[in-house]
Design a protein around this ligand. Structure first.
Ligand SMILES: [Zn+2]
Length: 117
């Protein structure tokens, strides 16, 4: 079974571009919000801002780790190791790769690990 590597390379690059765009927008947004909320009117406003910033940073963390996974997958494409499960060495099914092109494991291993990817 041969994989359409160029398709996955494109999927990975598109996803990475989207993530980086989101991260940039979030950064700009949080800078803007930061300026506006320099002098919170009361403690309720302050609490709101903190929670908002917290959830944004958690989101950014998730996106950054995804960008790293995508880079790993792109390196694998260059080395000709793309689409191979890191755990059992089996070929990962194309349907799975189309859904999550940056996955490191086949569906079976992913379930056994319980890691989500
Ligand atoms: Zn596996």
């Amino acid at each position: 079974m041969t994989l359409d590597i160029e398709l996955y390379r494109k999927l990975l690059l598109d996803k990475k571009k989207g993530l980086l765009r989101n991260l940039l927008e979030e950064k700009e947004l949080s800078e803007k919000v930061g300026e506006e909320w320099l002098e919170p009117k009361d403690i309720e406003d302050l609490a709101h801002v903190t929670l908002d910033e917290l959830s944004r940073s958690v989101l950014a963390e998730h996106e950054l780790s995804l960008v790293k996974e995508i880079d790993i997958a792109l390196k694998k494409i260059e080395r000709g190791e793309y689409g191979i499960c890191e755990r059992c060495g089996a070929q990962i099914k194309p349907e799975r790769l189309k859904l999550i092109p940056w996955t490191r494991y086949c569906a079976k291993c992913s379930r056994e690990i319980g890691g989500g990817l």
